[in-house]
Design a protein around this ligand. Structure first.
Ligand SMILES: Cc1ncc(C[n+]2csc(CCOP(=O)(O)OP(=O)(O)O)c2C)c(N)n1
Ligand SMILES: CC(=O)[C@@H](O)[C@H](O)COP(=O)(O)O
Ligand SMILES: [Mg+2]
Length: 592
């Protein structure tokens, strides 16, 4: 429980009663409180620690929630949540049934706009400012806080480009800590560094875009920040404040290792030391199987290139960036650019492995269709974090990729059941595939300790019969198939149940599916993706088309957004878990 000044703050109203001289103490208490909770409950640490002073200053100066405030990405909004009435429930952050790790309109009137994906804040705040103007609410202030990595994204530029020719009352605050999750990249990063050093040769970009620019100023100097925000409050039209902060500020370890402490897991709140992980030998993370296998393949095949939009660590493309830097590209938070750049490379005969989290690829949909699939360019999409991702929740689950990709002509879609299949499909994809391919795999670990086996090609469109049965066929796609295997191993009547690892969502294995539909009385499909338009849907369509109709039960995610929790909790909530599958099988076989 917080003590001191923080214990009395239940909303910004109480914050505004404090004297300026007391705010420094409040900042210290807020930092300690964030560290205290995140140390045991986990979450995004560095970004929130870096904006403690800014958060206090914004709620001190502006009339929130009447004035509008948007946090880009929203992973830095822990202080905001704590100061706006959620201090007592902050320990439920990212837990099932608890508050979200990101701003969420349904959670608080202070969360003006839901975020999670980056670079949306400028467009959203401009929309709100234009709406205020149309409604005659002339006094209302509109503020967006955006990081240096997020502002480099195309969508942020689109917002700036428009805002600059309006008279909208917006204040864009660039929180420049020179890092995203990994170090920021690109020409804009260089430009911002030059501005900070006073050596920028060009006219100020933001002034050129018609913003009233101020800064750079020290984002940890509370009195200075407050003074500047008070001044900007009196200026009408588009304004831009550039502040410099340190990610992880106030926890030495987090300042020193900003990549790890972006989201460090559990740590000692006093020393900052990460808590030791289990010493058990575990299967590798899928992301590492991708990253390490890509290096192996790229050493043999010089046409292979790797691409990540700002996730070298999360995707493990960092291994290739370290070992073969000339062929591995971090393009910044620029999913659309990443996809079209991959298309360009494929057009020139390279084999681009474009690794994008399933949820972030949503942003590059037209690029997949128009730039890749329509021209049948052999880009290899590696979709990490496909399926339920856990505590990041609704903004980050990768539940839609099967549905949004399945309708695109030319595209092959594959989901590995384990690490060996991931390696083998990567191997297959660089052998001269004539089509683009999407390979979807989940967050977390696989199932195979001995995963580094010799590469073997996987024939395109061929599924795998894992086990024959007599009555029910379970058709699984991807990693969730391991849960089916486990269940069948535990059932005494397993001889009645067949299990098929379908591997390809597209093209479906028509021969095997036909034989399954002819042989079994009941079909079950299971996937960690949305039901609508998903893998089960594809099986239903197929059965309808060939005119062999059997009862087909689809296990997948209903037409609802799924909040946060552990993956296991969410699987059970969405009934794609072992118990639900077991119960359904019992209901068919009349057993319990
Ligand atoms: C569209 C999109 N792509 C990637 C991400 C993953 N991501 C989350 S935070 C982040 C870095 C943000 O850096 P910055 O804007 O500088 O904020 P900071 O963490 O430094 O406060 C990235 C790449 C995302 N949330 N949204
Ligand atoms: C805020 C954000 O979008 C990322 O930090 C995301 O939480 C990363 O997810 P992983 O932990 O799965 O890499
Ligand atoms: Mg940053």
């Amino acid at each position: 429980m917080p003590t001191g000044l923080l214990q009395h703050i239940h909303s910004p109203l109480e914050l505004r009663q404090l004297k300026l001289a007391e705010l420094h103490q409040l900042a210290q208490e807020l930092r300690e409180f964030i560290i205290d909770i995140v140390a045991t409950k986990e979450g995004h640490l560095g970004a929130s620690l870096g904006v403690v002073e800014l958060t206090i200053a914004l709620h001190y100066v502006f009339d929130t929630p009447n004035d509008k405030l948007i946090w880009d990405v929203g992973h830095q909004a822990y202080g905001h949540k704590i100061l706006t009435g959620r201090k007592d429930i902050f320990h439920t952050n990212r837990q099932k049934g608890g508050i979200s790790g990101f701003p969420n309109r349904s959670e608080s009137p202070y969360d003006d706009f839901g975020t999670g994906h980056s670079s949306t804040s400028i467009s959203a705040i401009l929309g709100m400012a234009l709406a205020s103007a149309l409604k005659g609410e002339k006094e209302r202030q509109h503020i967006a806080v955006i990081g240096d990595a997020s502002i480099a994204s195309g969508m942020a530029f689109e917002g700036l480009n428009h805002a600059g020719v309006t008279t909208a009352n917006v204040l864009i605050i660039l929180n420049d800590n020179a890092i995203g999750i990994d170090p920021s990249v690109g020409a804009l990063k260089k430009y911002l560094t030059n501005v900070k050093k006073g050596t920028a040769r060009q006219e100020n970009i933001f002034e050129a875009l018609n913003f009233n620019y101020s800064g750079p100023i020290d984002g940890h100097d509370l009195p200075g920040l407050i003074q500047e925000l008070e001044r900007l409050k009196t200026i009408q039209g588009p304004k831009f404040l550039h502040i410099i902060t340190t990610k992880g500020k106030g926890l030495k370890k987090a300042e020193e290792n900003q990549v790890v402490y972006h989201a460090p897991g559990k740590f000692d709140k006093l020393t900052g030391d990460l808590l030791p992980k289990s010493s058990r030998v575990e299967p590798p993370k899928y992301q590492d199987v991708f990253g390490l296998s890509l290096v192996e393949l790229a050493k043999e095949n010089r046409r292979i290139v790797g691409i990540t939009p700002a996730m070298p660590t999360g995707s493990s493309l960092k291994f290739m960036m370290e070992q073969i830097p000339e062929r591995a590209f971090d393009v910044g938070i620029a999913e659309q650019h990443a996809v079209t750049m991959a298309a360009g490379m494929a057009a020139e005969g390279l084999v681009p492995f474009c690794n994008i989290y399933s949820t972030f690829l949503q942003r590059a949909y037209d690029q997949i269709i128009h730039d890749v699939a329509l021209q049948n360019l052999a880009v290899v999409f590696c979709l990490d974090r496909a399926g339920l991702v856990g505590q990041d929740g609704a903004t980050h689950h990768g539940l839609y990729d099967i549905a949004y990709l399945r309708c695109i002509p030319n595209l092959v879609i594959f989901a590995p059941m384990n690490e060996v299949e991931l390696r083998n499909i990567m191997y297959t994809a660089q052998l001269g595939l004539q089509h683009p391919i999407a390979i979807r795999y989940p967050r977390g670990r696989g199932v195979t300790i001995d995963w580094k086996q010799k590469f073997k090609a996987i024939p395109i469109g061929i599924a795998q019969e894992l086990k024959k049965g007599t009555e029910i066929a379970v058709l699984s796609i991807g990693h969730i198939g391991n849960m089916v295997t486990q269940l069948l191993e535990a059932r005494k009547d397993a001889s009645k149940i067949g299990h098929y690892n379908m591997r390809f969502i597209k093209p479906l294995d028509a021969k095997m599916l036909t034989s399954i539909l002819e042989t079994y009385t009941h079909i079950i499909t299971i996937e960690d993706g949305c039901k609508a338009g998903g893998f089960g849907s594809a099986v239903l369509e197929f059965s309808n088309e060939i005119g062999i109709r059997k009862p087909i039960k689809i296990f997948g995610i209903e037409d609802l957004f799924i909040e946060h929790g552990t993956v296991e909790e969410l699987q059970s909530l969405t009934e794609i878990d072992m118990l639900s599958l077991n119960n359904y099988i019992n209901s068919i076989l009349n057993t319990d």
